[in-house]
Design a protein around this ligand. Structure first.
Ligand code: NDP
Length: 339
């Protein structure tokens, strides 16, 4: 069983050398009397929150820290090989938390493991559009942003797994949508594939406040926050009265020992801005409603979706580390096996 192991707790930017690829010969067995599954892992998801699990336990965020010497854990799409769980049988497909390894033993937990019912879509989509990032975009936009037709929406890290979907949901709602991303290729995708009204490369702007003023001469009603830091400061100066900021993530801060200060917080008072953080797992009761909405959108071509696919478990560390340097173009997936 080939595995990706975390060598030791990470500080600063994660590096490929923080991980080892090893092979164990220990036979995987389902514990007696347990409701467990032996699964073959097909696709793995690279997600920015995994960085919080690489730090020492006290430094980790909502999710538990990884254990050095043990496989990395993350969302994946898997096929059931053996089951002692009443709801699963051999051959069933599921998505949820598994080890970064070829085979895992899993005890399904509600809101962590989901049986895949719709198999007439690409299975890798359950790492992104149809999985945790898709639900994040859906819950974050519709539940947290309180959007209204005609409003102006700004999305940062807009070409990524979550951002590309938020922008498209906002367009469906009849909003004016601008995204930012870190390369020309990504900016072109935002404008030409994902249907954003406008987009800019934040790395090429001398003055982010001025860039946002240029894109939003009448101000921003909704900011979908994925990056934090300087960007949040610039956004605060461009927000409209009664604007909303949904704080989904702050990837620019995840590898810093000391987080950057945000200076323009007093605008929250003058502009009566609502800033709300959220976590996707509070919204999984809406997952089936989300699938009913989004699967027809995929089939009718109303949603565009882009994946960046790394082939083979060995490529996992490189793909994961790449998120923090903007290497991924679209949702970063690692393929272990296709069936
Ligand atoms: P992405 O697919 O967008 O990948 C990460 C992207 O972030 C990179 O491609 C890069 O794009 C951008 N980035 C990396 N470093 C920086 C930086 N220093 N400054 C600005 N941008 C940077 O990831 P996801 O769509 O999966 O996640 C997006 C955000 O959503 C993350 O902050 C994540 O933590 C958060 N999240 C929150 C959830 C919740 O429940 N609250 C659930 C899931 C995700 P670029 O080239 O444009 O810089």
């Amino acid at each position: 069983n080939k595995q990706v192991i975390l060598r030791d707790y990470v500080s600063g930017f994660p590096k490929e050398s923080d991980f080892d690829i090893t092979t164990t010969t220990v036979e995987l067995k389902l514990p007696e009397g347990s409701n467990s599954l032996l699964v073959k892992n097909l696709y793995l998801s690279c997600d920015p929150y995994m960085r919080s699990r690489m730090g020492k336990p006290a430094a980790s965020g909502i999710a538990q820290a990884y254990t050095p010497g043990k496989p990395v854990l993350g969302f994946g799409v898997s096929r059931v090989v053996e089951s002692t769980h009443p709801d699963y049988k051999e051959g069933d497909l599921m998505w949820g938390i598994v080890g970064w390894e070829e085979y895992s033993v899993v005890t399904p937990i509600p809101d962590m493991h989901f049986k895949i019912q719709n198999t007439d879509v690409p299975l890798s989509y359950y790492t992104g559009l149809l999985g945790m990032p898709g639900m994040t975009a859906y819950a974050g936009f519709y539940e947290v942003c309180s959007p209204k037709k005609g409003e102006t929406v700004y999305v940062s890290a807009a070409s990524g797994a979550v951002g590309q979907l938020v922008g498209q949901f906002a367009k469906m709602m009849g909003c004016y949508v601008v995204g930012s991303a870190g390369s020309k290729e990504k900016v072109d995708l935002l404008k030409n594939k994902f249907g954003f009204d406008d987009a800019f490369n934040y790395k090429e702007e001398q003055d982010l406040t001025a860039a946002l003023k240029r894109c939003f001469p009448k101000g921003i009603d909704i900011y979908f926050e994925n990056v934090g830091g300087k960007m949040l400061d610039a956004v605060l100066l461009n927000m409209n009265t009664h604007g909303r900021i949904a704080v989904c993530g702050m990837i620019s801060q995840y590898n810093l020992e000391n987080h950057e200060g945000v200076h323009n917080l007093s605008t929250i008072i003058y502009k009566r801005i609502r800033i709300q953080g959220f976590a996707v797992f509070d919204y999984y009761d809406k997952y089936s409603k989300f699938l009913e909405f989004v699967i027809p959108c995929i089939k009718e071509g109303k949603i565009a979706y882009m994946e960046d696919v790394a082939e083979g478990l060995e490529k996992g560390p490189e793909a994961l580390v790449g998120l923090f340097h903007g290497k991924n173009v679209g949702k970063q997936v690692v393929v272990i096996a296709r069936e």
